[in-house]
Ligand binder design. Sequence first.
Ligand SMILES: Nc1nc2c(c(=O)[nH]1)N[C@H]1C(S)=C(S)[C@@H](COP(=O)(O)O)O[C@H]1N2
Ligand SMILES: [Mo]
Length: 256
Amino acid sequence: MKKPTFLSESDARDFVKDAEKLLLPDRRRLLRQGLTLGGVMMLTGCDISDNESVETALSRMSRFNDRVQGFLFSHHNLAPEYSESEITRPFPFNAFYGPEDIPQVDGRDYQLAISGLVSQTKSWTLPELYHMQQVSQITRHICVEGWSAIGKWGGVPFHQFLKLIGADTRAKYVSFRCADDYYTSIDMATALHPQTLLALTWDGQILPPKYGFPMKIRIPTKLGYKNPKHVLSIEVTNRFPGGYWEDQGYNWFGGS
Ligand SMILES: Nc1nc2c(c(=O)[nH]1)N[C@H]1C(S)=C(S)[C@@H](COP(=O)(O)O)O[C@H]1N2
Ligand SMILES: [Mo]
């Protein structure tokens, strides 16, 4: 076995800070006294002696954090809902590009594609989606970049849609691909959560292009980057699908 060579003290401090960022705020408090470099090495089984193993240790911690969040997540834990007068106006736009590059999806030939562990792989047109029974919610969208905003979304409860397509709800993940090359994925428990919405409207009107026309998945129990806009396809799978930001180091579970 290779003899561990340790990081310099300041590198080690940075590392522990990075590791803490991967933990939930309350977990962060819990671990503040206990989390040391040695502790991290025991948790992750990684010898933190070079950049590559630092990366491995951080991503193992992030996956450990996914499991903790998954374990704590419950159907009975509802995100707060707000009144009409609390809606943030104007509602912010955000994407990995500027407003000039918002994808212009043509609603007339839109087809929502379904694949994976489902019994119905038929795709869905917008009129078909609009005819399904709709609900609405006024909830807070929280972006990791440091802003949050209250908005109103309407659409089909996602658990009902999953039932309609005969999704195998024992599968681990539901994955989404978007018109702008964005992609993300969620755990099945979140997909089945009563507030997770296949959203078709924003503020009582057809979803405007900047907020994800023709369809976005609205998940008030998750951070902004887990709420895909311009969704073109849905896959139910046991293969870990990752995500656009998640694959660059954002925590995959991304609870809010
Ligand atoms: N297709 C797509 N969905 C996306 C993004 C994106 O760049 N493309 N950005 C995510 C991030 S980081 C945020 S904060 C929200 C912003 O949604 P909004 O424009 O409705 O505020 O969209 C999320 N979903
Ligand atoms: Mo975000």
